[in-house]
Design a protein around this ligand. Structure first.
Ligand code: C5P
Length: 315
């Protein structure tokens, strides 16, 4: 039976702006997303039965249809019934390295890898845009996880416009293992507190989106000006997550204290990150934060920006 091994990288948000509410009750977003080298490994193989079987050694990762990777396989079975009949079910093994429920799109990346893996297993010949269209049915971050790199994401987050590569910039990530923030909670709370600031007509929505497309952060990315990128990091969800989670707020302050390039929370958190210009700078931040916060529950990672999303490493 054929099998593939894929790398599914984590993402961070360099910019996350909530501009309005949509008829489907999701939020209209303008984000700048960035993949990093910290990644899960996803193995996928065909089965002689028609089951979907998920294996994962992480105690908090569900193995049933509540796992987005499972739902990605189900979606492919529904969308391509003839290929499913011909090739059968799939067995998926998730090797988790990305912290879960962290604001790093670990689950979305796993689902993206399953779509790419099944396309290969079933020899469907789907384009990246086909795969991103399928990904959007699973979750707002899945389309970006497929293409990766540096990109503007608008709409629910599923409309992707690539930006020039920032490969090589270092980043230190920090997350308390036992701390999780619910993404729906973060968006609902934001809406309750800041909904009055939302853009309500199409012109204002378009204007807010254009502001980012032609804004200073995009200019800094094009110029690969790390100092400016660091200064312009932005995340609306910090406004609700930091006051509700003092540990995240303290961690952010600690990161900021040791980094001279910029610190931010990623997505709906609770992961906090600082940028660094070199491995040495990143290692210094890592060690200084570790020396100050000795709590073994705090996980720290040094990683690098990378310029692609899901990729196959073996078959
Ligand atoms: O799309 P996804 O399932 O990843 O989104 C998780 C949750 O985040 C949604 O249920 C919704 O509460 C919130 N969300 C939102 N607007 C978006 C993306 C996510 O309100 N554009």
């Amino acid at each position: 039976m054929k099998s593939y091994t894929l790398i599914a990288p984590a993402k961070i948000n360099l910019h996350l702006e909530i501009v309005g509410i949509r008829p489907d009750n999701y939020h209209e977003l303008v984000m700048i997303m960035q993949t990093v080298d910290l990644a899960d490994r996803v193995e996928i193989r065909s089965l002689s039965t028609d089951n979907i079987i998920i294996h994962c050694g992480h105690p908090n990762v569900p193995l049933d249809e509540t796992n987005l990777a499972y739902r990605a396989a189900e979606l492919m079975q529904r969308e391509f019934p003839n290929a499913f009949l011909e090739y059968g079910g799939v067995e998926i093994t998730l090797h988790k390295h990305i912290p879960i429920s962290a604001g790093l799109a670990g689950g979305s990346g796993n689902a993206a890898a399953v779509l790419v893996g099944i396309d290969l297993l079933w020899e469907l010949g789907l384009t990246q845009s086909d795969l991103q269209g399928l990904g959007a049915k699973l979750g707002s971050d899945v389309p970006f996880c497929i293409s990766g790199g540096t990109a503007i994401a608008t709409g629910r987050g599923e409309v992707i416009s690539p930006l020039p590569s920032l490969e090589g910039i270092y980043v230190v990530l920090g997350k308390y293992q036992s701390l999780e923030v619910s993404t729906p909670w973060a968006y609902t709370t934001y809406r309750q507190e800041f909904g009055h600031e939302y853009a309500h007509d199409l012109d204002s929505l378009v204007e807010r989106s254009h502001r980012v497309h032609s804004g200073d952060l995009v200019k800094a990315i094009v110029a690969k000006n790390t100092v400016k990128i660091g200064k312009l990091l932005y995340n609306d969800l910090e406004k609700v997550v930091l006051p509700a989670y003092p540990l995240v707020s303290q961690l952010r302050t600690e990161f900021q204290h040791h980094s001279n390039l910029g610190t931010m929370m990623s997505g709906s958190g609770p992961t906090v990150f600082s940028l660094a210009n070199s491995r040495e700078q990143a290692d210094a931040i890592y060690h200084q934060v570790r020396a100050t916060i000795t709590d073994p529950d705090l996980e720290l990672f040094v990683t690098q920006f990378c310029d692609r999303g899901v990729r196959v490493i073996d078959n």
